[in-house]
Design a protein around this ligand. Sequence first.
Ligand SMILES: [Zn+2]
Length: 673
Amino acid sequence: MTNPLLAPVATPYGLPPYDRIEDAHYASALDAALAEARAEIAVIADNPAPADFANTIQALEGMGATLDRVLGAFFSVAGADATPARQALQREFSPKLAEFSSDLYGNRALWERVRGMWEARASLDLDAQDARLLELTHRAFVRAGAALEGEAAARMRAIKARLAVLGTQFTQNLLAEEAGWRMELDEADLEGLPDFVVEAARAAGRAAGLDRPVVTLSRSLIVPFLQFSTRRDLREGAWRAWAARGANGGETDNRAIAAEVLALREERARLLGHDSFAAWKLETEMAKTPERVRDLLMQVWEPARARAEADAEVLTAMLRAEGINGALEPWDWRHYAERRRQAEHDLDEAVLKPYLQLERMLEAAFDTAHRLFGLEFREVDVPLYHPDARAWEVTRDGRHMALFVGDYFARGTKRSGAWCSAIHGQRHWPAPRRAIVVNVCNFARPAEGRPALLSYDDARTLFHEFGHALHHMLSDVRYGSMSGTSVARDFVELPSQLYEHWLEVPEVLRRFATHAGTGEPMPQEMLDRVLAAATFDMGFQTVEYLASALVDLDFHSGAAPADPMARQAEVLAELGMPHAIGIRHATPHFAHVFAGDGYSAGYYSYMWSEVMDADAFEAFREAGDPFDPETAAALERWVLAAGGTSEPEALYEGFRGRLPGVEALLRGRGLAA
Ligand SMILES: [Zn+2]
């Protein structure tokens, strides 16, 4: 029987034929697609004709069409419906894909052709998008080390291999340290804990084979324990264990690994001609240099620290009122902040939720996209990868724009979190194609026959992922490799975080936040409380995050520190870190930075994006209308339609006429003076 992944069939909108694909098809399709792509690469690399833009740069962009189709179909189900069989497939695929990538960038003949094109670029007479494709292709080869020869090339391979081993080791040590600690509780130790924390502690005890509750180092258990437990001694023990993960001596200690990783990264960056790892890493980002990142973070640091110090005084007074005379400690902060929150901003989730129906919040997201960009959504019945997934055809003035797939409910086979992916992206070349974009969330499934209800955080998540989806739906670029969300990491969250702001527009909630039983709109007083609660304890949250971001940046900005722990302590002392706030991720458990390369010298990017989204929404405020058509048109032209066709800084300046400042972010976080 033919493999439905390999035989292009007429499916609606070009969807993978999910009703005919079986798991066994993926592995054989991947092997066939990789072989096909390798053959295509060989044709390009060994072409006897001299290199030109079409036979080299464009040909590279066009190769691997079958591979893209197979991976687009597979990775959509691999995250959203990760059965054990598909997890096994994923483990089998990742080394094959890594090998394919290193063979591609390690192909000398191919590199010579790409380099030749780059050197001849001034005489090629390329238009902007073709020139961008050449620039990005050349940059990808250089960054992978294609230009290195002899000893340097061998050293680069050795460094990459060693870093992969160290990253895995770091993760496994952390898992072992987290699994290896627990605090057993007696009934009397449950003082102050609400039912859901007691239940979670009992479940953790049962999972450990004990008939008593335990606290573990899982964030979803230890954070509520630190918030609610009235037992200061137990909070201290739990907090100290949590803060010490990865730094307990013995075989699972991560401190030496961190030092080696930092040294190897610096060496790798120097081999590629950069002064520091951060300089190399930031080359492809909007921020471009470590100095600009530091400058931005420090503009937020001072107001955040001032707010945290003021909050610390309020919390210390609460501590004193209980007859405790020592200083406010890191194991006290969450506890007293939670009690303050209850006193000042109590929001009863049970009363709020009926106003936030999934169907109505989807309508709100669609209606906002209609008012801003003229998009229309019509639900369609097409074969998808799971019965929970639904699809809408997206049109504008009757023209097909995209297919939008929403897969909203939690289930055992879905990985946690929420994300947006594309089964395939938009492009004009070699033939026009519109995106098929998927939003996946983990909302609680309603009881049979009842409407699905969201928390306010859930509703924000829905808008966030929908903002990423718009980046694909409105994409209007020539090449697939730069369409939709194919942009710098510190730019990609702009559309998504920006879209969250429309949930705060009063007329949106007034129209769409209607009670599931009575149909009444959300009362203004409740709306005010929801919005006020969003900035609660922002001094603490901003400080604990920024401290980690600044340590990450410092580690990668100059010579690698021989003793990262000592350097971390120096950085925190220079910053004037408040005594009662711990760094969010101390070095021995900073998995974002040490488990792999993803967020190394990049942990700042959450804040960078937030600066932009706050400033971008300000453009609508300045226009006097959250749906101002001219501002929306500029946003579409310069950001949502443009993908990666230009440097993000140029795109943002095109939209806003200037680069963003931190003022709108400070107001949004409640940190403005
Ligand atoms: Zn996002």
